[in-house]
Design a protein around this ligand. Sequence first.
Ligand SMILES: Cc1cc2nc3c(=O)[nH]c(=O)nc-3n(C[C@H](O)[C@H](O)[C@H](O)COP(=O)(O)O)c2cc1C
Length: 365
Amino acid sequence: MSDVNSQNCMPKLVIGDLEINKPIIQGGMGLGVSLAGLASAVANEGGVGVISAVGIGMFDSEFKSNPLQANLKCLREEIIKARGMTDGVLGFNILIAISNHTDYIRVAQEAGIDMVFTGAGLPLDVPGCLNPDVKRPKLVPIVSGGRAAAMICRRWKKRHGFVPDAFVVEGPLAGGHLGFSKEEISDPKCSLDNILVDVLESIKDIESNYGQSIPVIAAGGIYTGKDIKRVLELGASGVQMGTRFVATEECDVSDIFKKLYVECKEEDIRIIDSPIGLPGRVINNAFVEMFSGKPDIKVKCPYACITSCKRDKALYCIAEALLHAKVGDMKEGFAFAGANAYRIKEIITVHELFEQLCNDYCASN
Ligand SMILES: Cc1cc2nc3c(=O)[nH]c(=O)nc-3n(C[C@H](O)[C@H](O)[C@H](O)COP(=O)(O)O)c2cc1C
């Protein structure tokens, strides 16, 4: 599944005919946290750079009158921009819960994206939305357990004749929306290592029946090269990391957002109930505190962008809160962050981060 990379001692990540020099994927981060700047910097280091599609067109003048068209136009432009900045491997991340998600996937495919990462829902309609005349990107569902992985494999094979090219298994220490209940987040049964082994076990028969290896990528709480080594020894073929990439110079978010990562303490990182019906991990602030007190406020939804959003009950619009956070207006928003964000002490370049991870990986036994 992977051979050793001569420039560092990490193995390459091989997904079908796609060879990725370093087995590190930068997780897609909305809203506007991972765009062409961060994604191209990661791809230039030999990892996979991932553009987030969430609310990508919200700064476009057409957004208010036609949000879908604005999002699709900006997604296409962002992929072309990133492509102009790197020859490396580029992916894009889309939440299945986003209205019209299949339109985004087709646009990304036609713009030449190498990989599609799908989160927040079962991507059962994804293979059917692809343009048959354009090269198929690698399709990588994000799951939080073996049952979902096996189900996706069986359903895709039956209806479309192929299985996913890889899976990301994301554990409860990740930043952003989480695929676990609040109780599961602290349940050791749901730890990354346990669910990684569960996914590997669940797809074993499928791999041997279909004669295809399906690499599994571990995400959520991976912080050091030693962490990478640990999950690779458990059977993962690579890692997906979010939090550490936020604290880089190239990350596409405001410096105010990054500064929160440097300054936060462990006790500032907390779980909220997101309006989209999932728990989310954030850095606490006055905005988060206000809405945790369940004030008697009703938001008027301007977008209907997420199918699972409880718009009639929502206390605030998550898209607008994340948009404010992206530009550093933390009075009206908050920063998503992984459980390890408090360990960040400085903002470094993506190149320095890769060096640290590789050196640490090579030094750990
Ligand atoms: C600021 C932020 C925004 C995120 N947004 C998304 C997103 O839009 N879609 C998604 O699938 N995952 C999202 N994630 C999860 C990351 O892609 C990644 O899988 C996760 O953060 C890995 O855990 P780590 O932060 O401990 O490395 C986000 C994470 C962060 C920190």
